[in-house]
Design a protein around this ligand. Sequence first.
Ligand SMILES: Nc1ncnc2c1ncn2[C@@H]1O[C@H](COP(=O)(O)OP(=O)(O)OP(=O)(O)O)[C@@H](O)[C@H]1O
Ligand SMILES: [Mg+2]
Length: 355
Amino acid sequence: MIFRKREVFDPDYLPEEIPFREKQISQLVSCIDPALQGFAPLNALCLGPPSTGKTSTIRFVLRRASDLETFHCSYIRCPTSKDSYKIFSKIFRDVFSQQPPLSGVSKSVLVEKIWSKLEKPLLVVLDDVNFLTSECASEVIYEILKAPDEHGVKVGIFAAATDVRFPLHLDPFAGAVFRYFEVFYPPYGRGEIREILLRRVKEGFSEGCLSDEAFERVVDIASGAADVRYGIFLLKTAGLIAESRRALRVEVDDVERAHEGEAVPFLAKALAALNSEERAVLGIICSVREISTGELYSLLSGEVRMSYRKFYDVLEKLERLRLVDIAFGEKGVGRTRYVHAKFGEEVFEKAMKLL
Ligand SMILES: Nc1ncnc2c1ncn2[C@@H]1O[C@H](COP(=O)(O)OP(=O)(O)OP(=O)(O)O)[C@@H](O)[C@H]1O
Ligand SMILES: [Mg+2]
């Protein structure tokens, strides 16, 4: 048996401990504290790049607090509830444990019903709130936060977003009522990613069923992509591949296959939207893995004619699409910038063939 507990690799698995997020957890706990004593929870805005533990820490503090039953909580995944009617229907269901009145009831009637029957403080979590249009986010936030004044209820909002500019997109009405504590989630470093994945491995795999080499490869890929979630996905997929070949241990090849199986279609889709110059630049980066922007430009000049200005635009686009990473070199002279490939040459060539 390769897996001891396969569910620890599921996307919605919430571990017993969330290392490296003690500060964020304690900030969220202080925002919930008033609700434990019958007051309104304080608003919080969780900001940070994808996969940095925003959802996990929110669920973590809610798991501990909601046993106490001193307040209601409604957890909304904005990508699946994209309009305000759906959001208030979900709040209704969560608070009253029953279906909202049949459709036909207007949103304002629905909202009225919620406030008029609400007996305990309410915390609304708007997770991935940047998936809502700014009109919708503004409307929902304003509707919720004006309720204390208009209906005497006690409410607060936890919102999570990847775009730090999110608050700027709110309209002035929502902006004026949405006062919040900012909880910031910096990207994890390599050591942190390794530790998080190691804990998952100990919990999820049977002892000795993952080779050290395979594990280090997963850490490399996950930290190259700055994505713990992808690392967890690779562990699970590599485990399934090893199982399907009836092996007793996950080897580095299983990881490579899992990564390729995911990376090739992803890259092919991205390539389809690039023009031939952009593909040429990306192809060179993938073949050398790491290169300074200056060297890259001279390599490229041998193949395509492109102005330096245009070259920079292309690099910026590739970075925005998360196809490459650009960073200042640590030891570089002056402000040398280095481009890092996220995919190897083989993955790039296989993806090109799919076009
Ligand atoms: N500190 C941590 N300890 C353990 N697991 C973690 C930690 N941080 C993230 N994870 C795991 O990584 C994955 C992504 O985390 P999470 O969903 O909380 O990130 P997020 O910031 O909400 O990302 P997104 O912006 O994409 O919604 C989850 O599987 C989660 O269990
Ligand atoms: Mg999330």
